[in-house]
Design a protein around this ligand. Structure first.
Ligand code: C2E
Ligand code: CA
Ligand code: CA
Ligand code: CA
Length: 281
């Protein structure tokens, strides 16, 4: 992982061991930031691979730091995960995302079918109040559960498969959709994948980077596309930056795409403008 270039970021670097004092300071900083509304949510387009039209957006959190500027998740998610503040922070992101989708829908008829994806952290996924939080966020936003997709990584599922299965089924009963994030980077076995109530597989960017030039990556992505078909799960390729990558993935049969080619994480107003766009690249 890359180090932040500035000294001020060092205390958020999860690869550095922190003193007890530094940890306490970071916790206090994050708590202060939550109380003072310093976090923001940006939304990145997810498009249909064939029509290139917007089908969903992924909520990605940022910290508008009063001194250090706009910080990406790398600077604070691991710390928040370690000290537990990820639970209230994640709840805040979830509520923001649901409320924002309801707002787009109220403002624009084109947003009727739009969905929103929200990332869950390991700690949030294990948190006993998760299902109630999700249900409350949907109810308070007046949003139907099927419009929300929760993204969970393979490692979170594999840490305790029985517990994960139970949580996934409870979320499924609410009606929300579930996605496996960063697929291919973890160690999920096929036999477990089959048992999990998952709707979407998100293929990690590392398989996309060279898919237009590397036959091995084509074979791997092709295998995941087949897996998705066999298990009736939709596939999304992440980190698409070029036409060549898009063309290759579309030909393989990947259903949806996400990446700078279609749009970077953006403010809600910019997403509203994309809703009426014919295509996104
Ligand atoms: P992720 O869930 O895999 O999200 C995709 C990341 O890839 C985002 O980085 C996005 O900006 C970036 N990305 C998308 N398309 C491209 C592309 O074409 N090229 C390149 N180079 N990058 C692309 P971001 O926003 O910095 O988020 C990083 C990670 O932080 C996320 O990875 C996710 O694991 C975590 N994260 C972000 N928001 C949240 C949140 O609200 N809760 C939790 N628990 N984690 C979050
Ligand atoms: Ca994600
Ligand atoms: Ca991902
Ligand atoms: Ca190779």
């Amino acid at each position: 992982a890359k180090r932040g270039g500035r000294n001020a970021y060092a205390i958020f670097d999860p690869t550095m061991s922190m003193s007890v004092l530094e940890e306490a300071q970071q916790r206090a900083d994050l708590e202060h930031a939550l109380e003072h509304d310093e976090f923001r949510v940006l939304y990145q387009p997810v498009v249909d691979m064939h029509t290139q039209r917007l089908t969903a957006v992924e909520a990605l959190v940022r910290w508008q730091h009063p001194r250090d500027g706009l910080l990406g998740p790398y600077h604070f998610i691991a710390g928040a995960e370690a000290n537990g503040l990820i639970v209230p922070l994640g709840r805040w992101v979830l509520r923001q995302a649901c409320a924002q989708l309801a707002r787009w829908r109220a403002e624009r008829p084109e947003a009727a079918g739009l969905k929103v994806n929200v990332n869950l952290s390991a700690r949030q996924f294990q948190y006993a109040g998760l299902v109630d939080d999700v249900s409350a966020a949907l109810a308070d936003a007046g949003l139907d559960a099927a419009s929300l997709t929760l993204e969970i990584t393979e490692s979170m599922l594999m840490a305790d498969i029985e517990a994960a299965k139970e949580t996934l089924h409870a979320l499924r009963r609410l009606g929300v959709r579930l996605a496996i994030d960063d697929f291919g980077t973890g160690y999920s076995s096929l036999s477990y994948l089959k048992q999990l109530p998952v709707d979407v597989i998100k293929i990690d960017k590392t398989f996309v980077d060279e898919v237009h030039i590397d036959e091995d990556d084509v074979a791997l992505v092709d295998a995941v596309a087949g897996l998705g078909q066999a298990l009736k799960m939709q596939t999304v390729a992440e980190g698409i930056e070029t036409d060549e990558q898009w063309e290759t993935l579309r030909r393989i049969g990947i259903d949806h795409g996400q990446g700078y080619l279609f749009g970077r994480p953006a403010e809600p107003a910019d997403i509203a403008a994309l809703l009426s766009a014919e295509t996104l690249s």
